[in-house]
Design a protein around this ligand. Sequence first.
Ligand code: F6R
Length: 614
Amino acid sequence: MCGIVGYVGHRNARDVVIGGLRRLEYRGYDSAGIAVPGPEGIEARKKSGKLANLEAELEAHPIPEATQGIGHTRWATHGGPTDENAHPHLSQNGRVALVHNGIVENFAELRAELEAEGIEFLSKTDTEVAAQLLGREVAKGIDVSEALRNVSRRLTGAFTLVAFDIEDPSRVVASRRNSPLVVGLGEGENFLASDVAAFIEFTREAIELGQDQVVTITREGVEVTDFDGNPAETRPYHVDWDLSAAEKQGYDWFMRKEIYEQPRAVADTLLGRFNARGELVLDEIRISPEELRRINKIVIVACGTAFYAGMVAKYAIEHWTRIACEVEIASEFRYRDPIIDPMTLVVTISQSGETADTLMAVRHAREQHAKVIAICNTNGATIPRESDAVIYTHAGPEIGVASTKGFITQVVACYLLGLYLAQVRGMKYGDEIKSIMDELMGMPEKIQQVLDSIEPVMELAAQLKDEKSILFLGRHVGYPVALEGALKLKELAYLHAEGFAAGELKHGPIALIDQGLPVFVVVPPQGRDQLHEKVVSNIQEIRARGARTIVLAEEGDTVVEPYADLWFTLPRVSTLLQPLVATIPLQVFACELATQLGHDVDQPRNLAKSVTVE
Ligand code: F6R
């Protein structure tokens, strides 16, 4: 939530900062702002609404050329999305400009302290408190890095702060606690940003910062300390994707591009998982086989789409390992005093690795001495850093707010974990694991087949664009797929959509079925545990009540055909792997329907990617 950029170097800061904000706009788009040092003091421009409004403001009222600057794109928490509440905030004495991501929880008491000293606040934000405190510190003659350390020690909550002092504009300083911040290392220039996408155009060398650290960047170098000024250890890394991954490359939306990247994303997530002996290897797992053998319960914790990936994973993990597996929404987890202990394996799933609810769940689990494995797509993010081990999904940057390739690769990574546990605990023979892995390896091709025959889904979206409600049904692993299909539609098309377990419908929700109501049904492959027949019966039940059934079923499924008003063929796969193909048409449907409605698919209203507040 909120995108932050800081720059010191030799280029025009306006171009670097605005370019960076454009790549971070997915993190929040309620307002945007920029500040640079000018000959007569700090020059700041800020505007509510999307970045385009700020760009228009900069055309109308240009800022001077400068080689350092800071910028911000906002997802509002404290104070509405107005020009006044937009960042950067300036201290009353005009010394500092500051941007912030997170929530300063003790802002009310700090604001009262500052107001008692005669400081007048111009905004309703918690951020302005930090700007005023920093302004007060530098006015005492303290250098801006030290001043920021002093301020950071006084704040509680989550924050990334980036600031500069007009009297020392050769440096830009930043601090972080519970909120993301990375440093980009250039030649004669350095960068700060919420994520590497902001500076990937200029450098792929980055430094990951730890908790409670303050960083100072100048043209020549980077200095990192803890909040007390002690030099801090950092981890440099090379970003393994480039600018092209952060651009639309001819697609109308990032989301559509990311949908089409799924075959590649799955292949990359599966890459290099076998050793010479034909065993499944997960190099990243730093938990010993002995410890994994002692585990007696798995708890998967995640939010939103990642939670649905966890729901899918539960079926596979329990089936393959015979370890009881619970799945829980991260924001509920720690508040109900969950029963976890050193024998529990907690698996968190987070594309961004920064989701505050999930991060708090990680901390709670570790306090109870449970082992925590993170499944994450973002190298060096806070959640994997604070976990015992990590399995990275190699989806590449996901910029569309609605998760697509994130979800599919999370399911794949969970399956790898499930198979690995089965191997370590001797629950499956090597050839059984190999045969499932072979099927997984074939999934990129199957996903491509779905994408190659997606045209009817696009046509359907055009037909259904005026519907007020659409339902999604599934059973077994098809149930979370139905939930995910409904979530995609809610967040992108803003229409009523709900997913149900198909068998549960008759216990109440069937009353929603009305003449002509479109209902998507995910039909499991034929011939296993009567699951298929049960879903076919469920389809008949809703059809008898007037529903228009849109069926996703495997090729050659002649049993379901007579009950389908519309039918999309899925490639033949086993039941547990079906979500990897069945989700694709639902993603495309939501993307296309929202496009037909004229919505901004990549930046749906009220949402932001990477939800870094609880
Ligand atoms: C929906 C969506 C969200 C995220 C959720 C968790 O399309 O993207 O529901 O899945 O906010 O985000 P991560 O995976 O970054 O923890």
